[in-house]
Every structure is written in structure tokens, then in C-alpha cells.
Design a protein around this ligand. Structure first.
Ligand code: HEM
Length: 326
């Protein structure tokens, strides 16, 4: 049977990545692309904002519920108790109120409440300031996970470097992976709209998101290498430990995602921008549909990465494992 803590971590990482990614996407990709065309295409903007509000609200609720589940399952594991005993005998309360993990969870709950408030306000009176606030709160919400992971276990200056790398790693993961579904949602709405300039807006969205993707991939590679440096150690640990093999699988999935993103950027994006002046609207639509399909394949691989991450975080780091050299 799969460890319920792994399942809860998968749900929590996935929903937290969604919250961070969607708030960053609205603030740095969608709204600037809408503003860039002078009169925003309201037949696209309104349904986009509506669906994103639904997606963000559901993700925020899922993140809070799975966060509570993570805490309870961890308390039961630490106390070697059943879930109900962990509650009735106060282990969960002690974990929440007297540990760094608990303090981190309290801070993240406060951020979730502030985020919910800003989303409700944004719903009534959209404003760039609220977009910025939500993007900042969403980034801190995911970055604060670093205090609950292996990144917080290293001491001294090395510990600061490890924790810093993990914080950047988490924000980059949120920006890229969490931005993919809003990206598909927006390009699909544009493609289905009969807005005369839909392809121009789609091009602006694609190039902005692709630039953000490049920054995120670079950050994931550098911060991931630093993480691996602290948690894997020597080459024999990559093959000789469960942790090392899990991380290899993660990197293979990551390479798959980069290949899909590269097809969108290097091959389909030039096609879409070339098609704008063309007189074949069908071709524009086909190109946009291929981009959406590739992005959804990236989401699928990204979800597999999140499953591996959920396992990595509760697997003994390779640096601590004893490797049998045959
Ligand atoms: C799509 C790409 C990636 C995503 C979405 C991703 C996501 C994550 C997340 C959410 C964490 C958990 C951090 C925590 O609990 O503190 C993490 C940890 C980690 N990541 Fe990545 N990552 C990606 C790529 C990479 C790459 C390319 C590397 C290596 C070069 C890497 C190496 C690591 C390591 C070593 C950890 C620490 C795991 C642990 O807690 O023991 N990641 N990653």
C-alpha cells in the first residue's frame, strides 16, 4: 500500500504549485499581454478570469486540507500512533505549536487566508496591485515549503546555501509547472474566440511564458544541482541508493518536459507568429492546438515529477545511506 503521507504530499505539492503558478501567470503573463493590445479582449478576459478564480480557489482549499492531512499523518508517524490518538493525545497540537514545521504551517495557513481574501477582492475589483499581492503571497506560500523539507536540515552557512537554493527551486517549480494549465486555458480561450487579433495576443502570451520558462528551467537546474550536492554526494550514491535512483528518474522526466517546451518555443512559436500575417486562419488554429497539447503533456510529466518529489522528501538522503560497492 502507498504510504498515505506520500499521497498527501503529492496533493499538497500539486495544489501549492498550482496556487503559485496561477498567481504568477496572471501577474506577469496574462494581464500584461491583455494590456499590450490596448483594448483588452473582454470576450476572452472575463471567462479566463472566471475559470482561473475557480481553479485558484479549488487549489487553495486543496492545499489547506492536504496541509492539515500532512501534519496529522506526520504527527501519527512521529508518535507511532493512530490518527485519532495523534489528535486526542495532543501530538498533532505539539507538532503545530512547538516545532519549526508547525510554525511554518501556521505561517502558510495565514498566507492562504490572505490569498483567499485578495482573490475575492480581485473578483470584485480587478487591480494590478491585487495581482502583484497575490503573486507575492503565492510565491511565499510555495517557498515556505523549504522549511518542511531536507533543505532545512543542513546546518551552518552550508545550510543557508541549501535552504536558499531550495527556496528558489520551489518558486521556479511553481512558476513553470503551475503556469502550464493557465497557459493552456488562455490559449484555448483565445483560439475559440472570434477575436480578430487572437493570434497576436496568443503570440504575446506564448513568448512571455516561454521566457519565464527559460528562467525557471535555469533556476531549477542550478538550485536542483545544489540540492543534489547536499543530498546525494558522490557518484556511487546516484546508482547505489534509492534516493539517487529516484532523483535520476526525476531528472529524466525533467528532460522530457524541456524537450516538449523546446518544440513549442523553437518550432511552433515561430509558426504562430509567421501565421499572423498569413491568410490561413485554419493553420493558426492548428498551431495553437499543437502548443496546447504539448503543454498538457508537460503537465503530465510534471505531475510525475511531483510524485517523485513527494517520495524524495521522506526518503533517507543518499549522503546518509550506506552504499554497498560490489
Ligand atoms: C520540472 C522540474 C522540477 C520540479 C517541478 C521540481 C520540484 C521540486 C520540489 C517541489 C521539491 C521539494 C522541495 C522541498 O520539499 O523542500 C524539489 C526538491 C528537490 N529537487 Fe526538484 N524539481 C525539478 C527539477 C529538478 C532538477 C532538474 C533537479 C536536479 C538537478 C532537482 C533536484 C531536487 C532535489 C535534490 C530536491 C530535494 C529533494 C528532497 O527534499 O530530498 N529538481 N524539487
Amino acid at each position: 500500500m502507498i504510504d498515505p503521507l506520500i499521497t498527501m504530499r503529492v496533493v499538497h505539492f500539486a495544489s501549492t504549485v498550482m496556487v503559485a503558478g496561477a498567481t504568477l501567470f496572471v501577474c506577469f503573463i496574462a494581464e500584461p499581454a491583455f494590456q499590450a493590445v490596448g483594448e483588452p479582449p473582454w470576450r476572452v478576459v472575463r471567462p479566463f478570469r472566471g475559470r482561473l478564480f475557480g481553479l485558484l480557489s479549488a487549489s487553495l482549499v486543496l492545499a489547506v486540507v492536504s496541509g492539515a492531512g500532512w501534519l496529522l499523518l506526520l504527527a501519527a508517524k512521529i508518535g507511532n500512533q493512530s490518527l485519532s490518538e495523534a489528535i486526542t493525545e495532543g501530538t498533532a497540537w505539539v507538532l503545530l505549536t512547538q516545532t519549526r514545521f508547525g510554525l511554518d504551517w501556521q505561517l502558510r495557513l495565514l498566507l492562504a487566508v490572505l490569498l483567499a481574501g485578495s482573490l475575492l477582492l480581485e473578483r470584485r475589483t480587478p487591480s494590478r496591485w491585487l495581482d502583484l499581492f497575490a503573486a507575492l503571497a503565492g510565491s511565499i506560500f510555495i517557498a515556505a515549503l523549504a522549511w518542511a523539507g531536507h533543505g532545512a536540515a543542513t546546518s551552518g552557512i552550508a545550510g543557508d546555501v541549501h535552504l536558499g537554493a531550495d527556496i528558489f527551486h520551489l518558486i521556479a517549480a511553481g512558476a513553470w509547472l503551475g503556469g502550464l494549465i493557465p497557459f493552456v486555458l488562455l490559449v484555448r480561450l483565445l483560439r475559440h474566440s472570434d477575436e480578430p487579433g487572437w493570434a497576436t495576443i496568443a503570440c504575446a502570451v506564448v513568448s512571455r511564458f516561454s521566457n519565464l520558462g527559460i528562467i525557471a528551467v535555469g533556476t531549477l537546474l542550478v538550485s536542483g544541482t545544489i540540492n543534489a550536492w547536499f543530498l546525494v554526494g558522490g557518484p556511487v550514491n546516484w546508482t547505489g541508493t534509492g534516493y539517487g535512483r529516484l532523483l535520476q528518474l526525476k531528472i529524466a522526466l525533467f528532460v522530457g518536459m524541456i524537450c516538449l517546451a523546446a518544440v513549442n518555443r523553437q518550432y511552433l512559436m515561430p509558426h504562430l507568429s509567421a501565421d499572423i500575417s498569413g491568410y490561413d486562419p485554419e493553420r493558426r488554429t492548428r498551431t495553437a492546438r499543437k502548443m496546447e497539447r504539448n503543454a498538457m503533456l508537460e503537465v503530465t510529466l510534471g505531475l510525475a515529477v511531483v510524485v517523485v518529489v513527494a517520495m524524495l522528501g521522506i526518503t533517507q538522503p543518499a549522503t546518509e545511506a550506506h552504499v554497498h560497492v560490489h
